[in-house]
Structure formats: structure tokens, C-alpha cells
Design a protein around this ligand. Structure first.
Ligand code: AR6
Length: 181
């Protein structure tokens, strides 16, 4: 699925984000930038040790924030490491932290002249954020960013790891677009 907002395309697809041919791919990292399982493990495995070397130099990243490193051996030139919230019950500022994580990535990308960026579904794996609620936060943050910032990014792609997740994001995007019209 694809929609166009001014000069930017938002697209949703199923796939493995490590294979994406974008200027930057986003990693769902932890605060210690220490690597781990899920998409984080896959990115470090595919991208090689240069990415972890840079993460070690940076040291840490608070939840809601993002940092940038090389893409190492990946097709993508950069990896943006974003830290989402660990989901407890929805009453621990999870929504604001998740939105801030996406917004931090978008700002960092624009400040580096990045035109194409691919996101995974941050926090919805090991960190336990319910996917439907997280998809609304993710997509709303992107739509608001485009409304308030306009130029810069040409393509924002969500790369979902399963058909179920893709369907959830598709449904949420349709809902948000319908509510804006
Ligand atoms: N491409 C795209 N999406 C993927 C891939 C992939 N190759 N692999 C997994 N996903 P998670 P989190 C999906 O757990 O919840 C790590 O250990 C996955 O199906 O990767 O933010 C970190 O070091 C899910 O939908 O990230 C942190 O400690 C989504 O990516 C912690 O997990 C996010 O799942 C972060 O947890």
C-alpha cells in the first residue's frame, strides 16, 4: 500500500528490513545500544561489526531518542537506532515515548539530507507494545511530521515482518487517512 502526501510517499510492505535499499534503515534498539534479538540482531548480523563499533562509541540512547551510525555492509548507507518504550500497561507514557522515537528518527534523517527511510514496527516485539496501538502512533507521528515539515523526505517505508502486521498497519493507515479527509 502506498499514499502520497505533498512530495512524500508513505509505503507499507512485508519484508526483512536488512534487505532494504533505502538511504537509512531504522533499528529498534535498546538504551545501551548493546545489540540483542529481533530486528536489532538481524541488522548487526547483516551489517557487520562496524555498526557496533560506532554504537559503542556513542554509548547510550534514552527511550524516545535516536542516534545514527554507518550502515556497514548493508545496502542502506545509515542505520538510525531508535529506542522505543518497554510496554507496561499503556499508563507509563508509552505512547509519548514511542511517538518521540519516530519523530527523532525523522528529524535526524532530515538533518542528514536522507531522502528515503525504512522503519520496522518499533517496540512491538520484545518490548510488548500491542501492534495495532503502536501502528496508530507510528503512522500518526509520520503524518504529523509531514504536515508540519513538508519537504525533505521523499519516501518513508514501513517494513513489516509478517502478513498480520502488514494488515494491521494497512488498516490503521486507511483509518487515519479517512479521518483526515
Ligand atoms: N525486518 C523487519 N522487522 C523485523 C525483523 C526484520 N529483519 N526482525 C524482527 N522484526 P523487536 P522491540 C520485527 O523485538 O520490540 C532487541 O533485543 C518484529 O517482528 O525487534 O522494539 C533490542 O536489542 C517486530 O514486529 O524490537 C531491544 O532490547 C518488530 O520488528 C529490544 O529487542 C520489533 O520487534 C527491542 O524490542
Amino acid at each position: 500500500m502506498e499514499i502520497h502526501i505533498n512530495h512524500t510517499t508513505i509505503s507499507l510492505k512485508r519484508g526483512d528490513i536488512t534487505k532494504e535499499d533505502a538511504d537509512a534503515i531504522v533499528n529498534a534498539a535498546n538504551s545501551r545500544l548493546a545489540g540483542g534479538g529481533g530486528v536489532d540482531g538481524a541488522i548487526h548480523k547483516a551489517g557487520g561489526p562496524e555498526i557496533m563499533d560506532e554504537c559503542n562509541k556513542i554509548g547510550k540512547c534514552e527511550p524516545g531518542n535516536a542516534v545514527i551510525t554507518t550502515g556497514g555492509m548493508l545496502k542502506a548507507r545509515y542505520v538510525i537506532h531508535a529506542v522505543g518504550p518497554v510496554y507496561k500497561d499503556g499508563n507509563h507514557n508509552e505512547e509519548n515515548i514511542l511517538s518521540a522515537a519516530y519523530e527523532s528518527c525523522l528529524r535526524l534523517a532530515v538533518s542528514r539530507g536522507i531522502e528515503t527511510i525504512a522503519f520496522p514496527s518499533i517496540s512491538t516485539g520484545a518490548y510488548g507494545y500491542p501492534t495495532e496501538a503502536a501502528s496508530i502512533v507510528a503512522l500518526k507521528t509520520v503524518l504529523n511530521h509531514l504536515k508540519n515539515n513538508g519537504h525533505g523526505l521523499k519516501l518513508i517505508r514501513f517494513v513489516l515482518f509478517s502478513d498480520v502486521d502488514l494488515e494491521i498497519y494497512r488498516h490503521s493507515l486507511n483509518k487515519l487517512v479517512a479521518s483526515q479527509n
